[in-house]
Design a binder for this molecule. Sequence first.
Ligand code: HEM
Ligand SMILES: *[C@@H]1O[C@H](CO)[C@@H](O)[C@H](O)[C@H]1NC(C)=O
Ligand SMILES: *[C@@H]1O[C@H](CO)[C@@H](O)[C@H](O)[C@H]1NC(C)=O
Length: 324
Amino acid sequence: MASISTLFFQLITLAFAFNIVANGQSLKVGYYQETCPDLEPLVKEIVDQVISISPTLAPPLLRMHFHDCFVRGCDGSVLLESPAKKYEKDADSYLSLRGFEIIDQAKAAAEKVCPGVVSCADILALVARDVTVAVKGPFWEVETGRRDGRVSIKSEALHKLLAPFSNISTLKKGFKKRGLSVKDLVVLSGGHTIGISHCSSFHHHLYNFTGRFDTDPSLDSKYVKKLKMKCKPRDQNSIVEMDPGSYETFDESYFRLVAKRRGLFESDVALLDDIETKAYLKFQALSHGSTFFEDFGESMVKMGRINVLTDKEGEIRSVCTKVY
Ligand code: HEM
Ligand SMILES: *[C@@H]1O[C@H](CO)[C@@H](O)[C@H](O)[C@H]1NC(C)=O
Ligand SMILES: *[C@@H]1O[C@H](CO)[C@@H](O)[C@H](O)[C@H]1NC(C)=O
């Protein structure tokens, strides 16, 4: 029989759990089961078709959901277009986001079968999952029921999105503020197993680490040599693979590389500066990513709950680039 103190402990745990998920209380798996039953297969079909032709669109479409969620919550604000170029999309760190036309295509398909029902924020979450699966990553059940926001502000994107030169305390704080744990930080950083980066994103790491035109001394020297060949000192525009050798496949190699001191961004390398993130990294590196896929799905679901609008909040846009 449960003692009073066990019961008390369980209540506290329960309260704590609810507090943490409070953001996403009204989201659920299969939210559109009645109102738009064909939505998920429809989105998947579009994504599969697109990725089979243009596999390099998978990474930016995964990244797009991250950008959406970290600035003003997962409310589709990243998709809004401003004639005066004053929205999130117009911030420097967003310029390399690509694949907006795929979101528009999925939204148009959804409008055709169930007009006025499906939010753009949910389309982003579904597409992020489907592109991950399309590049051999994990499947997870996506919670839906988000509504679209009406506000998008460039300066928020500039100041609230974590910079690639963030240190571990800034990263941990940035995740905690959004209801995400230290584990979520290291797990989701594993998203860098696919895609590319522009030299500008790690120029500082390579050429001006402490402001004295130096390189991060903790980096593997062979890796530095290769990077410097691809990115000359004033080159901001060339691109490198984030996860050399398997940048088109979602796998655990990111953790192996970072553990070998081959993290591209300071924010990747910083995961070696915390006991918990370091332990996770080494564990995945040694166990061939034994729990990474499952963990990634769980953390993506949590990320998808950040400051969502639900019920009567926000709106359902008819096109993703414009408020209704
Ligand atoms: C932890 C904080 C993070 C920082 C500081 C960060 C930073 C960056 C930067 C600077 C780029 C390169 C952009 C460019 O130069 O074109 C990038 C690319 C990317 N990021 Fe992150 N990121 C973070 C977290 C995440 C998360 C949580 C995900 C998804 C789960 C993610 C997925 C990606 C992907 C897939 C790319 C490749 C995009 C492409 O190929 O176009 N990142 N990230
Ligand atoms: C991490 O970066 C922040 C913001 O740049 C800075 O205020 C803080 O002192 C840094 N922390 C450490 C431990 O270096
Ligand atoms: C190098 O870093 C210093 C100090 O942060 C900064 O003032 C300078 O503009 C940087 N130079 C370049 C070329 O990035």
